[in-house]
Design a binder for this molecule. Sequence first.
Ligand SMILES: [Zn+2]
Length: 310
Amino acid sequence: MDRRTFLKSAVVAGAAVTLPGMLGAACNSTARRADGTPEPMPVDAFLAQGARVLWVAAHPDDECFGGVLLARASIHYRNPLAMVVMTRGDGGECCLPEGCHPDVATVRMGEMAKVAQRYRADLTHLRYWNAPLPVESFPKRHEIYAKWQGQGDPIGDVVTAIRRHKPDLLLTFDPNRGGTGHPEHQLTSRIATTAAKIAADAAVLTGGLPAHSVERTYHLKNRFWIYRMLGAADPGPITEVFDAGLPAAPGVSCADFMADATRLHRTQDNDMAMVRRIQSAAFTELAMQRVDPFTGTFDPAEPKDIKGMG
Ligand SMILES: [Zn+2]
């Protein structure tokens, strides 16, 4: 199922999904570490201590998936936030009635800059190849990785971003399904998680920047019931669920903040309007898995062919 189909299905089912907790992850109320042992400091308490946060995404507009946590960190707690976006999203559509001039890539970069500003985030916007629609034409994940490697050093770019920003918390997609099935989401997760490992290695030199060890790495998980029903949800385990109803600003929940910021992605209005319509059903909480980049295997070159969009 691609993102559009998913969103439409959710709207059709809207009346049945207005209760909170439909992500199916709410029963995991105790936070756990990557190894499954209890975590005495839940992620919100970690943010309250001033944690610096880094979001690593494939596309402009992907921040809608993890935006609730980013809003809590940066808007409520005023913690330093940085975003890395691997592609310009030029494979996507242009919903502007006046068209996208001079091209989709340029317009989407402008939109992303505004979104980063809204989130008070420092933005690193890279220019790796973005698979053009339709979904059926997407190359396999490892083929996209080979393409990106031919264009630059994607892992090295994220290592640099980590060493520059020095995050305490890194948030990215699930490495196996990538939230929507998009291979670039999966690939970005693998690149970011591998980069977290390499950034801590003082033997690896990156432009004179000192090594940095990210204390917590989380993969966000799409556990929305429609996806679970179709067997297309991100796999568990879920180690923590963040409450998107927590305030980002006075009278504005993290979910509301995230949803409002999607309006800045005007070129993607078809999908972003749908995100706002299902906000109260699909974005009431953020399921996450805390992972250990040092012991887990997150090889971007692993051959795989799961396609979807987002
Ligand atoms: Zn995406």
